[in-house]
Structures are given as structure tokens and as C-alpha cells.
Design a protein around this ligand. Structure first.
Ligand SMILES: *Cc1c(COP(=O)(O)O)cnc(C)c1O
Length: 371
């Protein structure tokens, strides 16, 4: 990690928008449901602790993260709610997890057996959410027999385990084609029928399921991308009103020059001016998470869409500008500029990926500013 926040390339995060997105979902969700704010991957690039604090203010009941260290960061920041690690955590960490009251996803009996032997020295119970693999093919129990074995193991070791939740994850809840989603719902109903004593939390919804399959059930929503104001489907399905992007990525022009016909720009000489042109340099590059494939994409300066010319460098890009601008002029890469707009989805489409990857790719050296 670099020291200081002296750079003019920044991600500005509007925490009020995050709160409002949570409130919007609270209005939409079914009665009796709660929200766990998904803050993995540094809160999708927005900054884990400030986002978690904003989510707490908006009344979420817990947090989901991907790895144990993210959970520990939340505890270290004083957040006291339920924290669920969605990925598989090394069973050797069972003691630490129990002491920190961190809940873990478990998809096989072997994990519970390994965890048990690591819980000898602690009197705290390890909180377990059983993952059911209904079609995601990632982690979880795939048949009733294995699930029953795990349930009876938990039942026989109640002094060491708190069976707190059971959940599944959809692979296609963001798609207009609902066939596979229906198949997963049926598989979930079948599997969960062997869970006679229901734990405190039953959860199936990610953002997409919460938006487009509100009836899918469960008493917790794992609310991720839409808490940040973005559409889980990109553009395939319509994002309901009330959700607004919280992140703006911006910088400032660091150099301006006029080049002549035949002059080239950037590594590999991939751009050559056809006539005399103004070129501005911006201090952001692929080491900041602005993908190298963005050459040709247009970013905003004074409300004008300006094409990135020449290769994206590690730390800088060059753009063609319609007229001379001042060094220090604001540049918007994601967000609004003089009434014009670039969304994370626009960037993702150009980079042939999804908005999630663009957001969590914004690297550490881009300072985060909170408003
Ligand atoms: C990341 C993740 C989520 C959040 O998904 P969004 O599409 O961002 O809402 C929910 N559940 C699980 C298991 C995840 O891994």
C-alpha cells in the first residue's frame, strides 16, 4: 500500500447513495426479510469499512464477505453484527472464527470434522451456514444423504457448533430465461426438506433474485451489486427505480499538447494523427484498474466525449480533445460530467466484462474519497 492521498485520480463514493439503495431495497423486500450487506472485495472497490458503516446506519442485520480477513477487518472496525464468510475458510482457523463470532459457509462434512478438532481450546461455538449446491456448482451439499450426515453431526456436537443458517446461490437469477432458476428453486425445496429444524437464517437471494424473483423465499437477502446502485444483469433486465450508482471515478488533465499530422501516440505507435490535433494526458492506467483494452473508449472532459488514443499505459492514458483545455481540468471516467454520463456498465461492455469486475478492479493506489 502506498502512503498518502495526494493524488488527483480518485474514486468518490457517495455513502448517502449506498444508504438510499439499502432503504429502497427495504421498501421492496418481502415482510420478515432482513438484509446482509455484501462487502467482499473491499466492498466491490468502494472501501469495506466506510461502506459497512453506512450499511449499518441504513439498518442492515449483517454482512457477507468472501474471506476471513475481510471479516476480521469488520470486527477490528468495531462492527458487531453477524458476519458470514461466503467462501470456504481454512478449518485450521476454526478457533479464531469462533472467538470472533464469524459465521462460515460449509459445504461438506469433512470440513465440520476438521473444524471440530480445531475448536478444543475455545468455549465459543462456531457458527455454521450450510451451503446447498442447487446448480451453481461451486460449494455446497448436492444430495440429501450428505446433508443429513452433516445435520446429525451438527446435532451431536451442539456444544461446539451453532447451526445458524442454510443457503443456496443462483447461477442465472439475472437472466430473462427463468428455466434454470426454476430448476434451482426446485432443488432447494427438495434439499431443505431434510432440514427439519430450521436455523435462524435461510437465505437464497443475491441482488438479482431480490430484484426479479422477490417471491423466491428466505428471510435474508445477500445484497451486493445493487447496494452500490448497479444492475446485476448489466443491461439484460431493467433495474427498478430508486437505485443510484455510488461511485465516481475521476482524474485531472496532467498535460496538454498539440501534435501534427503523422505524429504518433503511445507504446507500439498504435495511433497516428491524421492532422493537427490536441492531446491531453490523464494520470490513470491499467495499474489503477483502468483496463488496457480501453483504447478507443471515450471519457468525459468538459462534457465532451474524448477518445483514448494510443495504448493505455500502466499509469497514464492519452485522449484526443476537441480544443485546448487547461492542465487540471476535471476528467470523468465513471460518473457524470457537465450533464453527460459514463456508467460502469458502459466501461464493462467495452472491456467485454461485467460491471462487478470493473469496480472491484479499481486498485488500492486510487484514493477513495467519501461524501
Ligand atoms: C457475491 C455474492 C453475493 C452478492 O451478489 P450480488 O450479485 O452482488 O448481489 C451473494 N451471495 C453469494 C454467495 C455471493 O458469492
Amino acid at each position: 500500500m502506498v502512503e498518502g492521498n495526494h493524488r488527483n485520480t480518485k474514486a468518490v463514493i457517495d455513502l448517502k447513495k449506498i444508504e438510499n439503495n439499502i432503504l429502497a431495497e427495504r421498501k421492496r423486500m418481502m415482510q420478515g426479510q432482513k438484509i446482509f450487506a455484501v462487502v467482499k472485495a473491499n466492498a466491490y472497490g468502494h472501501g469495506i469499512v466506510p461502506v459497512a458503516q453506512a450499511a449499518q446506519k441504513a439498518g442492515v442485520s449483517g454482512f457477507c464477505v468472501a474471506i476471513i480477513d475481510e471479516a476480521l477487518a469488520l470486527r477490528a472496525a468495531g462492527l458487531d453484527e453477524t458476519i458470514l464468510v461466503l467462501g470456504v475458510t481454512p478449518a485450521t482457523q476454526a478457533g479464531l472464527l469462533a472467538r470472533k463470532r464469524i459465521s462460515v459457509a460449509v459445504g461438506d462434512l469433512a470440513y465440520l470434522q476438521a473444524a471440530l478438532s480445531n475448536l478444543k481450546d475455545t468455549d465459543q461455538k462456531l457458527r455454521i451456514h450450510l451451503a446447498l449446491d442447487t446448480g451453481m456448482g461451486r460449494i455446497g451439499f448436492r444430495n440429501k444423504k450428505d446433508l443429513e450426515k452433516a445435520l446429525s453431526f451438527l446435532n451431536n456436537n451442539q456444544d461446539k457448533f451453532n447451526f445458524e443458517g442454510v443457503f443456496t446461490h443462483f447461477a442465472t437469477a439475472d437472466s430473462a430465461d427463468e428455466k434454470y432458476y426454476e430448476k434451482q428453486i426446485a432443488a432447494f425445496k427438495s434439499l431443505i426438506s431434510v432440514v427439519k429444524k430450521r436455523p435462524r437464517y435461510v437465505h437464497v437471494s443475491n441482488s438479482a433474485a431480490a430484484l426479479w424473483h422477490r417471491e423466491c423465499g428466505g428471510n435474508v437477502i445477500r445484497f451486493g451489486i445493487t447496494m452500490y446502485g448497479l444492475n446485476p444483469s448489466g443491461e439484460e433486465l431493467r433495474l427498478p427505480d430508486g437505485f443510484k450508482p455510488a461511485l465516481t471515478l475521476s482524474s485531472e488533465v496532467s498535460a496538454v499538447k498539440k501534435i501534427n499530422k503523422g505524429d504518433s501516440v503511445g507504446y507500439g505507435k498504435t495511433y497516428t494523427a491524421a492532422g493537427s490535433e490536441w492531446i491531453a494526458t490523464i494520470p490513470i492506467g491499467y495499474a489503477d484498474g483502468w483496463p488496457r483494452c480501453m483504447q478507443g473508449f471515450k471519457i468525459l472532459i468538459e462534457g465532451q466525449y474524448c477518445e483514448i488514443v494510443g495504448r493505455v499505459c500502466m499509469d497514464q492514458i492519452m485522449v484526443k480533445i476537441p480544443y485546448q483545455v487547461k492542465v487540471g481540468t476535471e476528467v470523468t471516467l465513471i460518473g457524470e460530467n457537465h450533464g453527460e454520463k459514463i456508467s460502469a456498465v458502459d466501461v464493462a461492455k467495452y472491456a467485454k466484462t461485467i460491471n462487478y469486475e470493473i469496480l472491484c478492479g479499481i486498485s488500492e493506489r486510487v484514493q477513495r474519497k467519501y461524501i
